[in-house]
Design a protein around this ligand. Structure first.
Ligand SMILES: Nc1ncnc2c1ncn2[C@@H]1O[C@H](COP(=O)(O)OP(=O)(O)OP(=O)(O)O)[C@@H](O)[C@H]1O
Length: 377
């Protein structure tokens, strides 16, 4: 066998796990400020008080979940005074489901499949906090999923006013929001707002140099030396920047490595990356579409359908089509949504100089893939 070819039992990967999305990176750069702010929020709980409430805001892939998970693992390692519970609101999106998860974390077992009332679960949770004298810290990750059906108010109200029915119960909340157009404080009732009073922690998008450094760390941990050259890292970084989501870069590394392995090569080549990108680029698309509300999905679908015949569409013309459809959407709301799609990098909103400035909408993905992703939501 040639020297530059892999033997059948050899691998380019030193540790495949570092390319999994739930991998907790040992080195977590460019988020020191946010980590310090989060640590500050929980300080009171270490001294027997209630933690300060927090909203972590930022586009997908900006390290919000990882920052909270790192904080939670430190808490678990160093103190028994705080019980941290991480809730994925995409999965658990009702008050009952969320309290069932909290109960599970506290008791170590699930709530009985049927016949348990919310009151029983809530009772058990609060009584545990009081008798054990511990503080509950709940992270509502992707809390925008609680906005439908007004579940957010029910959940926050129950958590933050628990002490009124159970004196001595101390609960703090960290909400994580990736949808930058959502203003959580405008959504919550006055009864919730008066006890919530959160501190905002903003997670800005990583710039190109930061993405490159983060990917470089993953390469060091995940691959054997020499597998990804500097040139390939630059290419992967550029492709990651197109979608703006770090997950695309991490997935690209894994897929490109697997492509090279399949051909029994010892290093990743341009074609491995380009082939990988054809799959990885849709990660961002699927994740962002899932986070949209149904009205927004309907508008994006309409844009995608029209994009099949016309690449750059005047915003005014698209709004005309909206008016002719079954959607009831005034221009202001329509334009807000379009700006949101632009900030999520689903479309490009740009101007054409000419008679007046025409705003143009160009979809960033293959329209059929967009339609497919929306229809499978
Ligand atoms: N500073 C960083 N250093 C190393 N890896 C990072 C960093 N920031 C994010 N990541 C990695 O990027 C991926 C996405 O991060 P994370 O889930 O924390 O983002 P998020 O802002 O919570 O995204 P979403 O809003 O979509 O849930 C994870 O695999 C995480 O390990």
């Amino acid at each position: 066998m040639k020297k530059n070819l892999l033997m059948w039992d050899e691998s380019l990967f030193q540790d495949m796990e570092v390319f999994e999305f739930d991998f907790l990176p040992g080195q977590f750069d460019f988020r020191e400020t946010q980590e310090q702010e989060l640590a500050f929020q929980i300080q009171p709980a270490l001294r027997g008080g209630r933690p300060l409430n927090t909203i972590c805001r930022g586009l997908p892939g900006t390290g919000k979940t990882t920052s909270v998970r790192k904080l939670f693992s430190e808490i678990e390692e160093h103190t028994k005074k705080i019980v941290p519970v991480h809730i994925n609101c995409q999965i658990d999106n009702t008050k009952f489901a969320i309290f069932s998860q909290i109960f599970r974390r506290i008791s170590g077992h699930k709530t009985p499949a049927s016949g348990t009332s919310f009151k029983q679960v809530f009772d058990a949770v609060c009584n545990y906090l009081i008798t054990e004298n511990v503080v509950l810290l709940v992270c509502l990750d992707d809390a925008n999923y609680l906005m439908y059906e007004n579940e957010i108010n029910k959940v926050l109200y129950t958590l933050l006013r628990a002490h009124e029915s159970y004196p001595g119960a101390k609960i703090g909340v960290i909400t994580v929001i990736s949808d930058m157009s959502v203003d959580l404080m405008k959504t919550v009732d006055a009864r919730v707002a008066s006890v919530f009073q959160p501190t905002d922690i903003y997670f800005p998008p990583y710039d190109e140099d930061e993405i490159k450094e983060i990917l470089r760390q993953r390469i060091k941990q995940g691959f054997y030396p020499g597998v990804i050259s500097e040139g390939m890292l630059t290419l992967i970084t550029e492709q990651t920047m197109k979608g703006g989501d770090l997950r695309v870069g991490i997935d690209l590394l894994k897929r490109a490595g697997l492509n090279a392995e399949k051909d029994a090569r010892r290093s990743v080549e341009r074609d491995d990356v380009c082939r990988a990108y054809e799959v990885s680029k849709y990660l961002h698309l699927t994740a962002t579409i899932r986070a949209l509300q149904s009205e927004e999905r309907a508008l994006l679908r309409l844009i995608a359908v029209r994009s099949r015949d016309e690449k750059d569409m005047a915003a005014g013309k698209v709004h005309e089509a909206v008016k002719e459809s079954s959607m009831k959407l005034g221009y202001t709301r329509f334009y807000e949504m379009v700006k949101k799609f632009d900030s999520m990098r689903l479309i490009n909103l740009h101007y054409r100089e000419g008679r007046g400035r025409t705003r143009l909408i160009t979809i960033r993905y293959d329209p059929d893939r967009v339609i497919e992703a929306i229809d499978s939501c």
